[in-house]
Design a protein around this ligand. Sequence first.
Ligand SMILES: Cc1cc2nc3c(=O)[nH]c(=O)nc-3n(C[C@H](O)[C@H](O)[C@H](O)COP(=O)(O)OP(=O)(O)OC[C@H]3O[C@@H](n4cnc5c(N)ncnc54)[C@H](O)[C@@H]3O)c2cc1C
Length: 303
Amino acid sequence: MQINEVLNDLCTKIPSENILLNEPMKEHTSFKIGGPADLFVTPTTIEMLAYTVRLCKNKQIPYYIIGNGSNLLVDDDGIRGVVIQLYKNLCDIKVEETLITAYSGALLSKIASIALEHELTGFEFAQGIPGTLGGAVAMNAGAYGGEIKDVIISADIMDHEGCIRTLTKEELALGYRTSSIQTHDYIVLKAVLQLTKGQRDQIARVMKDLAGRRRDKQPLEMASAGSTFKRPEGYFAGKLIMDAGLKGYRIGGAMVSEKHCGFVVSDGSATFKDVKELIAHIKLTVKEKFNIDLHPEIKIISN
Ligand SMILES: Cc1cc2nc3c(=O)[nH]c(=O)nc-3n(C[C@H](O)[C@H](O)[C@H](O)COP(=O)(O)OP(=O)(O)OC[C@H]3O[C@@H](n4cnc5c(N)ncnc54)[C@H](O)[C@@H]3O)c2cc1C
């Protein structure tokens, strides 16, 4: 069995507590949905990560990188192969004047609070996004008029061979929820962010205001993966879904949020199938009513 060979080899380089067998993915996703990953690895060094990537390539076992799992919908059947989680470990953050260099596992909220501590402005938009820097660069995450593209200078990435290089902002090709990280399946190791000197009170005020707007508008009390669909050009997905009469529409444990129709949420019992069927129903209804195609923003992982 290839996966057992991978496990035996991994154990020679990675502490056993950082390799889990049949780990339920629902424990690592904000949707709280997802069956077992064959192997779930949490490397604590870049060398361990490179070893894991090269091993998977040699053994032809698929691997999947995750951060905080806040943009993922994972199949109840789980994930065949190796899930590599870059979160909690590999999360150092360094500040030099107006530059912040952070490893991919750093939470955006943590980077934002360090920016505030150092009176640096430009990262307030990201404070309430519940992901890691790696996930945010991959997704070019954004909110309230700001996006990663506005502040990033470069990122160190690892390719399938385990080789590391630095990509400039242009090479990262950041667009609306896209990047060259996604198109080339690179792994973000760390990124350099350029902020500007600001005033502590003003930065804190903006962060408080944005956090309040999130609390008022978004169903933060329910499990979800954030906005389910990308914004179609010239429209808002949430408004289209509401105007299509789907507010509160439910399939099993999955429903269109009553608070914000752009979010598919789980009542705690939703299965992968419930969410997939609801997404398909929303797409079909919006297409029939308005002739507009909705495309998922969330990443759906299914073998
Ligand atoms: C309540 C809520 C609110 C949200 N609000 C926003 C918002 O305002 N704006 C917004 O943009 N998003 C939002 N999101 C979605 C999500 O938080 C972002 O997309 C976030 O950037 C994902 O980061 P993550 O670490 O959780 O990545 P994951 O969900 O773990 O992964 C997302 C994608 O990034 C890839 N990835 C993760 N880490 C790396 C890495 N180191 N290298 C390469 N690829 C990697 C994964 O393979 C996957 O394709 C929200 C989600 C929730 C649940």
